[in-house]
Each structure stands twice: as C-alpha cells, then as structure tokens.
Write a protein that binds this ligand. Structure first.
Ligand code: NAP
Length: 495
C-alpha cells in the first residue's frame, strides 16, 4: 500500500518526502533541505532531509522486502521495469523540466537524458528474464555434477551524483531490480527531485513496497557510514568523485560489502594529423559541451597534432563562442549554468592558473553578468602540461588544448593520470586507430566519436576511475552472485 502524505504539492507534482517501505514520510527530526535552481540561485523546493535513523529505516524496509522480491518471477519484475520505462517516456516533458530546474541543463539536453535514463529500464526489463544461464556441468574428474545458480546479491545501497539526476539512478535501479535486489537510493542533495519523481512512478506501476526506498539527505556521511558498516548492505553501487569513492571503499571494507564504483575521469581527446577535422570538431563540441562539461566522460585534455592544431582550435573556438548561454528553459539555450557557485569558482580558478602558465584564451575565459552560475564556453591554446586543469576534472565548459608531434609521446601523456575512464581518438588510419585504442589506459574509447555511452554497452573505467561496469550484458552481473551447488555422481539405488 502506498500512503501519500496530505501535503503533496500537486503544483510541483513531486512528493518532497522520503520513500520508506512504500510510505512517503518526513525526516525523523522534521528537517528539510532546499533545492536551488542554479540558473537563478532561487530555492525551488524544500525536501525532507533524512537522519541516520531514517537511513536505517529505509535499509530495514529493503531487507524486509528482499526475500519476496527475489522470489518474484523474473517476468513479473521485468513487466514492472517495462511499465516504469513506458511511464518515464510518457512523462518526458515533466521529468526534463524537473531536471532543468534543479540541475540547470538545457531542456533539450534534459529530454535527451530522460530518453537515455528510460533505456536502462527497458534494457534491464529485457535482461531480467535472461538471468538463468548458469552452468550445469560435470567436474573434470567426473565425480560431481556442478550447478551454478545466479542469485541476487541482496539489499543494495545506491548513491548517485547531481550531474545526470535521472540516468545515474536508472542505471543502478534497473539492473538491481531486474536481478531481484531491493535498494535504498541516496541521490545527490542538489538534485533530489528527479529521483523522487522516478520513485513515484515506480510506486504507480506496481513495484511492491520496500523494494525501492529513497532517502534524500544533506547528511550523507552520517546516514551512509553506519549502513555500510552495519552488515545488512550487501552491495554498494556508487557514482561520484574518486575522492568520495575512496572514502566509501574504506567504509565498505569492515563488512566486506561488494562495491561498484563509477568515479571521475580526465579524458584525453587526441586529434592526429590525418583526422577528419569536421568530425573531430563536431565530436569535440559533444564531448566537451554535453552537460556544460559537467560529465565524467567530458574531454578534459585536448592533444592536437601540431600540424592541425591552429585550424582545429580556431574552428572549435568559433563553435563554442557561438553557443547560446542561457537558463535551460530559454528558447534555444545550449549552455546552462554550472551546478553552484563553488563549481564556477573552481572552473574560473583553473582557467586563471592555465593563463598564468602561458595559455592563450581564444574565446570565453569569463562569466556572463547576471544571476545564476553561468560560465562562458572557453577555448585555451598553448596550455602548459603542468597547468592544474590537466590534473583535475575541469567539470565546466573549458577546452584546454596542448599540441604534440609524436604518437608514442601523446599516448604516454594521455596515460599520465591516475584516472582511466574514457579516451577519444581521431584519425582516418585504421591501424593507428586500433593501436592507440589498445594502448590507452581507459575503460572506453570513442573512435572518431564524441559520445560513447549507451545502455546496451558496458560503461566504466579502469585505474582510479572505478570498479565494475554499468549497462550492457554485464551490467546485471554486478547485482548477482554465482552460487555453486555440487551433487556427487552416485549409482542409482536398486529398484
Ligand atoms: P561527489 O561529491 O562524489 O558526490 C556523489 C554522491 O556521493 C552524492 O550523492 C554525495 O552526497 C555523496 N557523498 C559524498 N560524500 C559522501 C560520504 N562521505 N558518504 C556518503 N555519500 C557521500 O560527486 P558529485 O560532485 O555529486 O558528482 C561529480 C563527480 O561524479 C565527478 O567526479 C564525476 O566524474 C563523477 N561521475 C562519474 C560517473 C561515472 O559513471 N564514472 C558518472 C557521473 C559522474 P553529498 O553531496 O551530500 O555529499
């Protein structure tokens, strides 16, 4: 049974409460937290600010629901995910407007994210009924029959960032529910509304109480640490910064909680002399400007062959300089605000540091007048390799260009980072394309492509960009255990 609190704000159409065991409830101490519109700096909503006890209650609800959800036929789990997919698609305009309001991305991009987010629900609805597939075999000595059964890992804690408020949620909820796991979702405090709207959809398409619990909070550590240390969380799936990922790995260690980590990136974008510059520039705009540069997959370090660097930089500057910087709801908006004041200040400081070290500003390099946390699209050339922005996720609309002449040198430079999420390579030589793809220390490569993510393919990084993969056929494995059942081979009884 779903009990809606009578203070549901119909106008905003999102219940600003915690979803625990199928009930929408206030925070235990009645606290709320503001959600700000980064385009205006205004508070658009107050939502419940969960306490540690609320987190515990949410996990208790997930634990209580685990057995029956795991026993629910895969087809029934699949049907619920499929209905959620259909509802998300039907609600595209509303969900996109929510994300634009709380996160800032232009409406057109927000609609794109709704489609992307929904695809994870559809993909994992399809995967739910194909889990079976464990081995049934004889051990090599012939003495035993061995069955490998794939079972849900159990209650999961899902922690998501603010930059893709809906898609980072569905990328975890989809496979977890498909696998038969119950979950507690803790979205980022800047963008709780999309998660609450998604949770509401799940309650309306028949998801049993307690299978999906949502805890919005500004007290992340207070809420999460005891859950991780307590022993009931069987899986932590985290998307966020590498710094926080390290902390959570430590907290997960005492109870040996399985973890998936989708962490930060420092993507190289390499343009060889023989690249198709039209393709390279188009892809650079996508890889740099998607989500205002606030993406883990954002091109962070541009390495352009000396012979084409000036042409590439000039064309990129022209493209970025003509983009419309405006609130995400404005007609034709292409570049919304950054998430908050400190993020904009960080970007501005990175640009200043690069300029002090000799970088040239081709376009941008400043913030427009007026309210909101906007930063103008920026192209820097002559970037010194020691500049802070080569060793930091810029997370803003700044393209920092270095040049190279030697293929081995550029691969070494590209790999000279603790991160390894994605790399982009532009060349028309297939042999070079493959050799460089193989040499890059990353989990994903865009070959003459500026976008790599797709729900049907595995997404994730190596080195300090993460552990595990989301999406694709392997995405559901993160939420499954392989249980071995051994049956000795004995002669049948007489008679
Ligand atoms: P973040 O600061 O690491 O926060 C991510 C989430 O973790 C938020 O919900 C945050 O809540 C929570 N959190 C922070 N400290 C915590 C703690 N001690 N205990 C429990 N939870 C804690 O990252 P962000 O600024 O939201 O997002 C940007 C980062 O995410 C970037 O580094 C980006 O590259 C990465 N990212 C990676 C991927 C990927 O798939 N690899 C995708 C998208 C984003 P609070 O804010 O309340 O602390």
């Amino acid at each position: 049974m779903t009990v809606l609190d009578d203070r549901v704000d119909v106008a905003a159409d999102v219940t600003p409460l915690l979803l625990i065991g199928g009930r929408w409830v206030d925070s235990g101490d009645g606290a709320t937290m503001p959600v700000e519109n980064p385009a205006t700096g205004e508070v658009i909503r107050e939502v419940a600010d969960a306490t540690a006890a609320d987190g515990r209650a949410a996990l208790d609800a997930a634990v209580a629901a685990q057995r029956s959800w795991a026993a629910t036929p895969a087809r029934a789990r699949s049907d619920i995910l499929r209905r959620a997919y259909e509802r998300v698609i039907a609600d595209t305009d509303r969900l996109a407007a929510i994300m634009t309001a709380e996160m800032g991305k232009p409406l057109a991009e927000a609609k794109g994210e709704v489609a992307y987010a929904a695809e994870f629900l559809r993909w994992f609805a399809e995967e739910a009924v194909r889990i079976g597939g464990g081995d049934f075999t004889r051990t090599p000595d012939g003495a035993n029959r061995a069955m490998v059964v794939r079972q849900p890992v159990g209650p999961c804690l899902l922690i998501t960032p603010w930059n893709f408020p809906l898609a980072m949620g569905t990328r975890k909820i989809g496979p977890a529910l498909a696998a038969g796991c119950t979950v507690v979702l803790k979205p980022a405090p800047q963008t709780p509304l999309a998660s609450l709207a998604l949770a509401q959809i799940f309650t309306e398409v028949g998801l049993p109480d307690g299978v999906l619990n949502v805890v919005t909070t500004s007290r992340a550590q207070e809420v999460v640490e005891p859950l991780l240390r307590g022993g009931d969380v069987r899986k932590l799936s985290f998307t966020g910064s590498t710094a926080v990922g390290r902390i959570l790995l430590e907290q997960a260690a005492p109870a040996v909680v399985r973890t998936s980590m989708e962490l930060g990136g420092n993507a190289p974008f390499i343009v060889f002399a023989d690249a198709d510059l039209d393709v390279a520039v188009d892809s650079a705009v996508q890889a740099k400007m998607r989500n205002m540069g606030e993406a883990c997959t954002a091109a962070n370090r541009f390495f352009v062959h000396e012979s084409v660097a000036e042409r590439f930089a000039g064309r990129l500057a022209q493209r970025l300089g003509s983009m419309v910087v405006a609130p995400g709801t404005a007609e034709g908006a292409q570049v919304g605000p950054l998430i908050d004041g400190p993020s904009r200040e960080k970007v501005a400081n990175l640009v200043s540091d690069a300029v002090v070290r000799g970088a040239k500003v081709l376009v941008g390099g400043d913030a427009p007048e007026g309210p909101g946390y906007f930063y103008n699209p920026t192209v820097l050339t002559n970037v010194h390799p020691d500049s802070a922005l080569t060793r930091t996720e810029i997370f803003g609309p700044v393209a920092a260009i270095q040049t190279f002449t030697d293929s081995d040198d550029v691969i070494a430079a590209a790999n000279d980072t603790e991160w390894g999420l994605v790399g982009y390579v532009f060349t028309q030589d297939i042999d070079r394309a493959m050799a460089v793809s193989e040499a890059l220390e990353v989990g994903m490569v865009g070959l003459n492509a500026g976008v790599v993510s797709n729900p049907a393919t595995p997404f994730g990084g190596i080195k300090q960009s993460g552990l595990g993969r989301e999406g694709g056929r392997v995405g559901i494995d993160e939420f499954l255990e392989h249980k071995l059942v051994v049956l000795p081979v004995r002669p049948p009884r007489e008679g």
